[in-house]
Design a protein around this ligand. Sequence first.
Ligand code: SF4
Length: 344
Amino acid sequence: MENSVCNLYLVDYGSLAQLVIREGYRRLLIQAPDGLKPLYSCITSFLTNEVGGYLEIYLSSSPTYGACDIAYDEALRTSSEAIIHVGHTRYPWLTRSSIPVHYIPAFYNWTPSAEDIDLIVKALHEIKARNIGILASTQHVQSLSKLSEFLTNKGFETITPREEGFLDGQVIGCYYKHAERISNKIDAYLVVSGGLFHPLGLALIVDKYVFGYDPYRRTIWNATSYAKKILVKRLYLISKLKYSSIKEICIILGSKPGQFRIDLARRIGEEALMSGFKIHYVVSDKLDFDRMVAIDNALKSNIYVVTSCPRIPIDDLSDFYKPVLTPGEFYMLVHGVDKYVYPW
Ligand code: SF4
């Protein structure tokens, strides 16, 4: 393709066009996270050229941070026959709708260079690690086999965790069970991912070193040191709450299709009632500082427990003026557990 943006990511445009032709779709909603929205022009021009005939395409401008957040409402409003969701794979806990969702991965077109490998090797040698668990966010999973090959050539053993429903080595910010399972076989984890999000989540729960490698910035960073600072804050918050007089708890549900965890919310509600607290349930599509102020003005609860995305209390609302907990942290509080529990 001529547009250079289209070559930054590997997208199987041919299979996508075949799918649209096979299913006979004439009206589609395409949705991508903000970082991948530049691919909209690549996808639309390819489909328009290849599919032929009349094809109406709607592009979602709304943010989406994971496959938990599917734009069913926009698809319904536009009478779209299907949603093409770019950049994520299916979220295991998604509430289904009558509208089919097709997940189109977009893999960053990157192969580790000799300089990348030198940086990684230096960091792993510094902690004397030899057996390495390698993982990646969805955009970088396809680089893991090359990374493994290069590290093996440098004398390391690598293990790529696998999980049904996930790509090999893939991590998302609220699921690390497969990574935890290999913990006793490795000395350290290496997570290939842009930004802090994915390595940090893993570093909160495992007892091994976690390094993040950012292929956009070409930097390696120690997620374990960063996570330690966060854990100190979270554990202090929970221990302070243990000795405070809590009367009311507000349990916040998310209405996004993969974040509506009604069973979890009810379980938390039952435990709160058994512990003698008054409870409120709130449903919120988006949850940020302003929404929290509006909720707190209405309810004035002592604690808020977020059941939608477990990263919101940690990454976005840790400085809110009332305690905002993940389900795992609430569990620690009522059961007197000291080891950090994430996410639920
Ligand atoms: S971490 Fe949050 S945004 Fe990401 S998939 Fe999980 S619930 Fe969705």
